[in-house]
Design a binder for this molecule. Structure first.
Ligand code: SF4
Ligand code: SF4
Length: 65
């Protein structure tokens, strides 16, 4: 399973992008960020918690897809 970013909540702050161990987070055309579900491993093997959800300042924005 992968995580996703709820676009309606994302502010485009970019805090999550460099934290992903799989380079799964990318900037979209409208300046927000999204997760490539094929690359996301929920940080398994790297961290105890999904890093995008940990660093995101907005609640309920990086959530299980
Ligand atoms: S859960 Fe981990 S692997 Fe998946 S997008 Fe977030 S930081 Fe990247
Ligand atoms: S940390 Fe949260 S608000 Fe900031 S770009 Fe990532 S998903 Fe959007």
């Amino acid at each position: 399973m992968a995580y996703k970013i709820v676009a309606a909540n994302c502010t485009g702050c970019s805090a999550c992008e460099p934290e992903c161990p799989n380079d799964a987070i990318y900037e979209t055309k409208n300046g927000l960020f999204a997760i490539d579900a094929d690359k996301c491993t929920q940080c398994e093997g790297y961290f105890d918690e999904p890093q995008c959800a940990s660093v995101c300042p907005i609640d309920d924005t990086c959530i299980p897809a």
